[in-house]
Ligand binder design. Structure first.
Ligand code: GRG
Length: 297
């Protein structure tokens, strides 16, 4: 099984839409010589595209066709890729393998990996603004959409989670701190991915709140399955190093593999109940939750 085969048939078309968009983007970045290959490699490296699919599925819950949200979906994937490049750096996780290939800094050097990551993040904001201009959702001005992303990435978002995670190695952590770290490192981007899709689809404020609760719980469930796979997974299948969490406290260390499985199941159930009244249009969101449930079985 390849790393992305977890994304089941149900999402093959949406994933292909995102992959196709990213392939074209990688061919026309306009970046100068030294950045061309690092950007191409990072933009096209094969991920599961879960965050982009979440953006599309949240937009569908608002009645918007996936094709109309492709800039934003790609942007969420690009931000995620940026976070992986930074996470893999020698000063952070010092990882050798990512998405079945050497990490970006091992292939192209740390300088170009950092520059590629920062330029990806920068480009992503432009793509979301472009998508907003095309759809012009009446209820959601650009500033409010962008704020979701700024907050998710920023000093109380993904970056905060990473900082606390890196600086807590060796210390005794409790469940609350672990939840703080992962609701930011992983959950925050899930919440932004759902919110951006839903807002660009011009969703109601009440339905947006439900989708945000859905994405928060799903993001945490996804992280727990990631912790489980770090212990039980095969690096070849996952396409990345396993056992990297040995020095860190994880949900598996706190609760054991079975306890972590139970916790992720509960979070998936909570995520599903939060969107129970969103009707048939939310079916892709439900399928995505079931996919996460099946990840660490
Ligand atoms: C500036 C965006 C930004 C981040 C800086 C480095 C950092 C702060 C945060 C690291 C966040 C991180 C890498 C969290 C791990 C999340 C996670 C579960 C990654 C694996 O996601 P998958 O399985 O990967 O969806 P693929 O390769 O399939 O896309």
């Amino acid at each position: 099984m390849l790393p992305c085969d977890e994304v089941t048939e149900a999402f093959a078309a949406r994933r292909a839409l995102i992959d196709d968009y990213l392939r074209k983007l990688a061919e026309r970045t306009g970046a100068p010589g030294p950045l061309i290959e690092p950007l191409k490699r990072s933009i096209t490296s094969s991920g599961k595209r879960v965050r982009g699919i979440l953006t599309l599925a949240a937009g569908e819950a608002a009645g918007c066709k996936p094709e109309k949200l492709i800039d934003a979906a790609a942007a969420m994937e690009i931000i995620h890729t940026c976070s992986l490049i930074l996470d893999d750096l020698p000063s952070m996780d010092d990882a050798a393998l990512r998405r079945g290939a050497p990490t970006l800094h091992r292939e192209f050097g740390e300088d170009l990996a950092i520059l590629a990551a920062v330029s990806l993040l920068n480009h992503a904001y432009g793509l979301i603004a472009k998508n907003h201009a095309a759809l012009n959702p009446r209820q959601w001005p650009l500033q409010q959409v962008i704020k979701r992303v700024v907050d998710a990435v920023g000093w109380d978002g993904t970056i905060a989670g990473q900082a606390v995670d890196l600086h807590s190695e060796g210390s005794k952590l409790d469940f609350d701190t672990l939840e703080f770290i992962h609701s930011r490192k992983t959950g925050a981007l899930f919440v932004a991915a759902g919110a951006v899709g839903a807002m660009l689809g011009n969703i109601s404020a009440a339905a947006l709140s439900r989708i945000e609760v859905f994405a928060k719980n799903l993001g945490l469930a996804f992280q727990i399955t990631d912790d489980i796979l770090d212990v039980t997974g095969d690096p070849e299948q996952l396409g990345k190093d396993v056992g990297k969490d040995e020095q860190r406290l994880t949900f598996v260390k706190l609760a054991g593999v079975d306890g972590a499985r139970k916790l992720s199941e509960e979070l998936v159930d909570t995520s599903l109940s939060s969107i129970a009244n969103l009707g048939a249009a939310a079916a892709p969101l439900r399928d995505l939750a079931e996919m996460v449930r099946g990840r660490a079985k």
